[in-house]
Design a protein around this ligand. Structure first.
Ligand SMILES: C[S@@+](CC[C@H](N)C(=O)[O-])C[C@H]1O[C@@H](n2cnc3c(N)ncnc32)[C@H](O)[C@@H]1O
Length: 296
């Protein structure tokens, strides 16, 4: 079922600028929009726990950076409820259209909205109680500068809360040759594409460089095993989205990756070895802005 859902690689419309996999490793295919929603379901609980811990609560006004197809905005929308509001920002117009449909289906369209913008040009005319994001800072050339600039839009006492991956910590125990190749392809493509594979542990430094106080931090991850797990599709479909950049960088080619059979190969290897797969942990960091940064 998941494979059928993902079986479409048509490019979609991109928002306020022209972007390709050079500026966003996973690209903007319809397949990627569906993969994002499946990933969102896979890690939903980890993000909900994190946002509760960070202090998101009823009635808050929240800004969600790099909102994609709306998964984090939907969680925030549930936590703040109709007396609050969530604004998701993303550069992809099609991602936003999908996100809008999803919040309507979830009955949250009166208080969860979206705007198409490049984060570095985004200049909201209001203040927020919380600025949040998941899997966005790793794509920005200078995350600390973006955090610092957007923190000006936080009310005193407002929350900054971000969740990012520690990608090199992905493991299979015991290891397997198919899994090892996938791990290498994914890490090398992100790294050579210029994206930060270890943004999770680097959140501490990014917050400090932004002039924020040292964040509280926590890591959370799924631990997967057995033939029913979604983890094999997760790895295979991530590679399918990365393929255009991977080929351009000369890291691997479709003939070698064989994305159509990859999930089944990974499943057969893992179940044959009774392996346990630990996808990359999500590292969460949060802090409160007690004094506006321009008064520090
Ligand atoms: C990996 S997705 C994460 C989406 C969502 N936060 C989630 O966790 O499901 C990253 C999103 O950030 C957006 N993005 C990346 N760089 C951006 C930028 N400079 N300005 C606006 N959006 C950006 C992409 O379009 C993409 O939708």
């Amino acid at each position: 079922m998941q494979k059928a859902l993902l079986d479409d690689s048509q490019p979609n419309g991109i928002g306020p600028g022209s972007h390709d996999e050079a500026s966003y490793a996973l690209g903007y295919s319809k397949h990627e929009l569906r993969r994002l929603a499946l990933q969102g379901a896979f890690i939903r609980n980890l993000t909900e726990d994190f946002l509760r811990r960070a202090g998101l609560a009823r009635g808050m006004q929240v800004l969600d950076l790099g909102s994609g197809v709306g998964d984090v905005s939907l969680i925030a929308g549930q936590l703040v409820g109709p007396s609050g509001a969530v604004l998701g920002v993303d550069r992809s117009i099609e991602a936003i259209e999908t996100a809008e449909k999803r919040v309507t289906e979830a009955g949250q369209c009166h208080w969860v909205r979206f705007a198409a913008a490049e984060l570095d040009d985004f200049d909201p005319d209001k203040k927020f109680d919380a600025i949040i994001g998941r899997l966005i800072l790793m794509y920005l050339p200078d995350p600390a500068t973006t955090l610092r600039r957007l923190a000006d839009h936080l009310r005193p006492g407002g929350i900054l809360a971000f969740q990012e991956m520690a990608m090199p910590s992905v493991r299979s125990v015991p290891d397997g040759s198919e899994f090892r190749r996938c791990r290498r392809w994914i890490l090398e493509t992100f790294e050579r594409g210029g994206f930060e594979v270890d943004m999770g542990p680097k959140l501490h430094t990014a917050f400090l460089e932004a002039g924020l106080s040292a964040p509280q931090m926590i890591a959370a991850g799924r631990v997967e095993a057995g033939p029913q797990s979604f983890v094999y599709e997760y790895v295979a479909e991530t590679l399918r989205s990365l393929l255009p950049l991977m080929e351009r960088l000369g890291i691997a080619w479709a003939e070698e990756v064989q994305p159509d059979t990859l999930a089944d190969r990974l499943r057969a290897e893992a179940t044959g070895n009774s392996a346990c797969i630990m996808p990359p942990p999500l590292v969460g960091a949060w802090t409160r802005l007690e004094v506006p940064l321009n008064e520090k």
